[in-house]
Design a protein around this ligand. Sequence first.
Ligand code: NAI
Length: 321
Amino acid sequence: MSDISFKDQVVIVTGAGGGLGRTYAMDIARRGGKVVVNDFGGTVEGLNGSRAMADEVVAEITAEGGVALASYDSVADSAGAANIVAMTIAEFGRVDALINNAGNMINSRFEDSRIEDLDAILAVHLKGTYQVSKAVWPYMKAQGYGRLVFTASSAGLFGNEMQSAYAAAKAGVVGLMNVLSHEGAAHGILCNAVMPNAMSRMADQMLASMKTDAASQQRMSENLERLAALGNSMAPEFNTGLAVYLASDRCSSTHALYSHCAGRVARVYIGVTEGWQGSRQQPTSAEDIADHFDAISVLPPGARAPGTPAQEFELVLAQMR
Ligand code: NAI
């Protein structure tokens, strides 16, 4: 099978100044793509932006002989999101793929959460993904080709204590992916989402914020210890291949969500149980629901339905044994 190339292609990677996004940008540049390295350059919470993070990654790429352009706009800002794409077109004349990776994180128990934190999280993950995708959309539609990669999270899809705002935003990103994949199909625009797992500054802060929950902290650190014995699979680079494939012209997938967890890559899907068929003449009563609740809710044999990120790790570890 031939190598995946990004020659003559232009790719925007948001949040590419560190962590996962940096690895996507570096890999695409090594494959010949021109990369827009967007990063607001702030804290994990999304405060105090600076140019340094994007500049450093652009310097790394150019030092290797690649082509990259730094962008410092916040994806959460409407004018900023539009500017990321405007400067891409001004510099490179086209845009083939967009990896919406930028993210911030503010964790707290639900009762302690603040509406301004929810706003700040939704603004980066969901509104940011929406805005930058909307800005590239007319260019992709006109050229009949585009790749959109969104970043979800097991915290959002499975649920994780302390992360109500973050999880709501990440699940919202999947809803947006479901719709853009339908609307993009006729125009050659494929849209997929990833659920990465990597040690990064965000992951470090996430683990630290879980300290109030002794049981899940303990479970996660035990899993990380066991994973450490199994290799480097929590390094950001282990997630790179999935996002880069989905951003490439080799990708044929759309309307799908994929998880990378400790070297295991798998599709994550929303399915429906066989369920219970009620009457079509009489409305189903609450008692009918109670009487048939097992048939309604039981998952099919072999279904894997983790309820937390830690449970996904446990499934992967069980497969490795
Ligand atoms: P990170 O904190 O290293 O990377 C996020 C980047 O986004 C940072 O460089 C940050 O400056 C940038 N950013 C934040 N707000 C921005 C804004 N408004 N505009 C532009 N850039 C902005 O963390 P990591 O782990 O690399 O996360 C990358 C993505 O993957 C995030 O969306 C995160 O939520 C997601 N994710 C990460 C997981 C992990 O295990 N590390 C698990 C699941 C999802």
